[in-house]
Structure formats: structure tokens, C-alpha cells
Design a protein around this ligand. Structure first.
Ligand SMILES: [Fe+2]
Length: 493
């Protein structure tokens, strides 16, 4: 397979010093910083840094071999062959598992929860790159991609908004402390946000990125399978198995857009080359396999205790002693934490290889009246539980959580929440949505949105008001959801 040459990115005004060497993590939060700005735009400094970051990552992407065909006419057959290979590989995985093979990805439940946290920065901007296409809503070639974006946003239904679904998943299992993760956790999310904010300049790359993102990866069904096995709700992952499907789903729509946007007059080969680099951009930053492989139970537990020590080292009295030393002494340096865990075992506070309830230290954290109750979140408790049980004859047990409910099937079809009779005017549609907004609770953002909308009488004017509310930072809010419902309703007409 021939590698594609790097995109010749025109020189940009260098970003200011403060952002020139900023980390993926800093840039990620800076690009989400438009929250509160109803326009959904980022400031000039962040825009400049995001462009430089994207150009840099595109150069990395150009060196990745993702099997992208050099001929546009081969795209359909290559993608179908990839899909078939993935389906066959998943079949083999299922056969292996039925024959008694262990889980391929997650060694224990804490490992799966670690993964959920590691990929959170990416999942919490799901679909973000497509936001950059909203200003081009009148281009029919891009309409399928805007429909994909609206579906990512659940067309304004909170129960179908992918970002909100992932937030709920994290909260449910006590995994919502992901913001301080290492920089590599943020690279893919930052790439996706950078595409959103530089869409007009990098349109072929954006379309190619979308094509790659919507292909069925083998890790998706395996992740869903193993999460379910570990009693973690797999819905967010299984949902993407159905909506990204190659025959009618997002993968099909993504391919159609590539073919539709191919220039009839002009340099089609150059367009295809840039689409290929965008496709390969999916391989930049930490992938699923790297996220899974980066877990080490012992080291992760020590990291958590080091973090706790930074806050709580001086909050223990001198009466709290382990192995003859005050606990505050053990917690004074990260280098002491491995020794502390050994001392806790020697002193009988932790009994490894037994159920956690047999360990006094565990009870100190989890009994409601105990002095350390609430100090460890759901993920951290699972980590400790799995570490204590490691080596036990029976598989580590899941901590009690609310059993997940089965979601209603078929909720993903593109269908605006409210369908009015044909022939309704924009004012009537806006008035209908204004009437449907929640009355109680006094959401100032919602009120402000519909005040602005009261002035509009064309679709273009309505979209100009709504667009920013659909930004990656704004859409998972009450005003963002209401704006998405109205946008989806108008867009379908
Ligand atoms: Fe999604």
C-alpha cells in the first residue's frame, strides 16, 4: 500500500507563545472554552493554536498506513472488504470465547473502568468535527454529514445525545474524574475539536476523517461484549454498532459524501489524497488498544493513593499508625506508597486473595459510618477491590451498582422530535418549539434563545441564531438540546 504524501499545509501565523507549545490537554479545554458563548466560537489565540496543532497532526497522519486506497474508485470495495474482515474477526473472537478463552481486553472490572476514563475526552466530543459543517447547510453534498451530526446529538433528545449518554455512563460507575488524565488521552479529542474549528480550510481532511471514524472497528463489538460480561452497561458502545453500519448507517452516509464532494471539475486526485490523510488522522493519538494496554493494576492503585496523599497526608492524626509509623509519614512521599501497601498487608489490614469485606482497610473506606467513607470514588473502590481480590480462586466480583435497564430499540432513526404539518412557516415552527420548551425551572439561556428566535422569519436567520448552540460545548445543555430539536426540525424541511 502506497503511503500518501503529507498535505502541503500553507504557513500559518504562529500561535502566541502561551499556546505555541501547549499540550493536547490544554488545547482541548481551550477549544471547549466557548461554553457560555452562544456563538460557539473560540477566541483568536485558540483558533491560531488549533490550526497549528491540526497541521502538525496531519503531518503525523500522512505517515500512517491505514490501507486507504490510492484510487477513489476502489473505495467502496476496499471499505466493504474491511467490514467483512472485521465481522469475521469478531466471529472468531466469539468462537474463542465460547471455547473458554479469557477476555481479550479487560483483565478485571477496574481495567474496563480505567478504559472508560481514558477514552472519555474523545467520547465527550463525539461527532464534534461535523459541527464545522453547519455554516454550509445549504450544500446538498454535505447534508448527510450534517444529519450524522444531528443524530450524534440525538436530534435534541437528551436520552439519545451521545455525549450525554457517555456522561451518564461515567457518572453511574464513579468514573467521572477523567480531566487530569495524561496528555495522550486528549490528543484524539483535540484533533476532533480542531477539525470543527478549521473546517473550511481542511474540508477534504474532515470528510476523510469522518469516513474513517464511521467504519466498524473490531474493538467496538469486543468492548461491548466484555463490558457486558463485567456488568457494565455496554449501551453506548452497542449503539454505535447499529448506527455506524455499512449498508444504511453512518458509514454509508460518510462514503456517499466523499463521492458526492469529489470535484467534477478540478483536481479530483488532490482531493482524494487529502481525504486519505484525513482518514489516516483517526490513527493519531492514543487508540483503543493503547488505552487498554496502558493499564497496570498495581501501578494504577499506587497512583490513586499518591493522589489521595497529596490532599490527605496531613489530615491523619499521629494515632493512625501502620507498621509502627504514623500514616502521615507514609503518605509524605510518593516513594513510600508501595511500602505502605506492603505494610498494610503485613499488619493484617489488607488480606489479599480474599473478598474485600475481610480487609479492615476496605471497611474503613466503604462502611457508611467509617472515617474514610466517600474518599474513594466508584472507580477507585473497584481498583482497590480488584487488587485485594487478585489471586483469589474465584473471579473478582463487581461492586454493586444500579443494574442497567435495556434501552428501547430503534430510537436512532433520524426523526425530529416534533413533526408539524407540511407547509408550516419558520415562524410557526419556532413558535411551536418555543411553546414546547420547559416552563418551570427558569432557564435563562433557553429564554434568551427563544427571544432571539422571535425576530427570525427565514431558515437562514434561524440557523444563524441556532448554530452556535449546537457547538461541542453547548449542545449537551438544556438550551443546546432545545436548539438542536428546532434545528433538526427545520433541517428536515
Ligand atoms: Fe456517536
Amino acid at each position: 500500500m502506497m503511503l500518501l504524501a503529507p498535505h502541503d499545509v500553507p504557513p500559518a501565523t504562529p500561535p502566541p507563545l502561551a499556546l505555541r507549545h501547549c499540550s493536547s490537554r490544554q488545547l482541548y479545554f481551550a477549544m471547549l472554552g466557548e461554553r457560555g458563548s452562544s456563538a460557539g466560537r473560540i477566541d483568536e489565540l485558540t483558533a491560531s493554536a488549533s490550526r497549528a496543532f491540526l497541521a502538525d497532526k496531519l503531518r503525523d497522519a500522512a505517515a500512517i498506513d491505514a490501507g486507504f486506497p490510492t484510487e477513489a474508485r476502489s473505495l467502496n470495495s476496499v471499505l466493504h472488504a474491511d467490514h467483512d474482515q472485521t465481522a469475521q474477526a469478531y466471529r472468531r473472537y466469539l468462537d474463542e470465547r465460547q471455547a473458554g478463552a479469557p477476555r481479550r481486553y479487560f483483565s478485571c472490572r477496574a481495567h474496563a473502568m480505567y478504559f472508560l476514563r481514558a477514552v472519555a475526552p474523545t467520547k465527550l466530543v463525539d461527532g464534534a468535527w461535523l459541527f464545522g459543517l453547519l455554516p454550509r447547510w445549504q450544500d446538498p453534498r454535505l447534508a448527510p454529514l450534517i444529519r450524522i451530526y444531528l443524530e450524534e446529538l440525538g436530534c435534541g433528545a437528551a436520552a439519545q445525545n451521545h455525549v450525554l449518554l457517555y456522561k451518564q455512563l461515567l457518572a453511574r460507575y464513579g468514573c467521572d474524574q477523567w480531566q487530569d488524565g495524561p496528555d495522550q488521552h486528549f490528543t484524539q479529542g483535540a484533533v476532533q475539536l480542531a477539525l470543527a474549528h478549521n473546517a473550511s480550510e481542511f474540508l477534504p481532511e474532515l470528510i476523510g476523517f469522518n469516513l474513517g471514524y464511521e467504519q466498524l472497528p473490531l474493538h467496538l463489538p469486543i468492548t461491548a461484549y466484555e463490558l457486558n460480561e463485567l456488568d457494565i452497561d455496554p449501551y453506548y458502545f452497542s449503539l454505535h454498532l447499529t448506527i455506524d453500519n455499512a449498508s444504511t448507517g453512518h458509514a454509508r452516509m460518510a462514503l456517499q459524501s466523499v463521492l458526492d464532494c469529489m470535484p467534477r471539475i478540478g483536481d479530483a486526485a488532490e482531493f482524494h489524497r487529502r481525504v486519505g490523510i484525513g482518514y489516516q488522522l483517526n490513527g493519531v493519538g492514543m487508540g483503543t488498544h493503547q488505552a487498554i494496554a496502558s493499564f497496570d493494576l498495581e501501578q494504577e492503585l499506587q497512583r490513586v493513593i499518591v493522589d489521595k496523599a497529596a490532599v490527605g497526608a496531613q489530615l491523619h492524626s499521629d494515632y493512625c499508625r501502620v507498621g509502627g509509623r504514623p500514616l502521615s509519614d507514609w503518605l509524605s512521599s510518593p516513594d513510600e506508597i508501595a511500602g505502605l501497601l506492603t505494610a498494610l498487608q503485613s499488619a493484617g489490614w489488607i488480606r489479599r486473595g480474599q473478598s474485600p469485606e475481610q480487609s479492615r482497610f476496605w471497611c474503613l473506606l466503604t462502611d457508611e459510618q467509617a472515617p474514610m467513607f466517600g474518599v474513594f470514588d466508584g472507580y477507585e473502590q473497584q481498583l482497590l477491590s480488584d487488587w485485594i481480590q487478585a489471586g483469589a480462586p474465584s473471579p473478582p466480583a463487581a461492586l454493586p451498582t444500579n443494574r442497567f435497564r435495556r434501552r428501547p430499540a430503534g430510537g436512532q432513526a433520524y426523526a425530529p422530535a416534533t413533526v408539524l404539518q407540511g407547509g408550516a412557516t419558520v415562524e410557526q415552527i419556532v413558535a411551536h418549539h418555543a411553546g414546547a420548551k420547559p416552563k418551570s425551572g427558569g432557564c435563562a439561556e433557553l429564554d434568551a434563545l427563544f427571544e432571539q428566535l422571535a425576530e427570525v422569519d427565514t431558515k437562514a436567520q434561524a440557523f444563524a441564531v441556532l448554530e452556535g448552540r449546537l457547538s461541542p460545548a453547548n449542545h449537551p445543555t438544556p438550551a443546546g438540546l432545545a436548539a438542536t430539536r428546532l434545528y433538526a426540525d427545520l433541517f428536515s424541511r
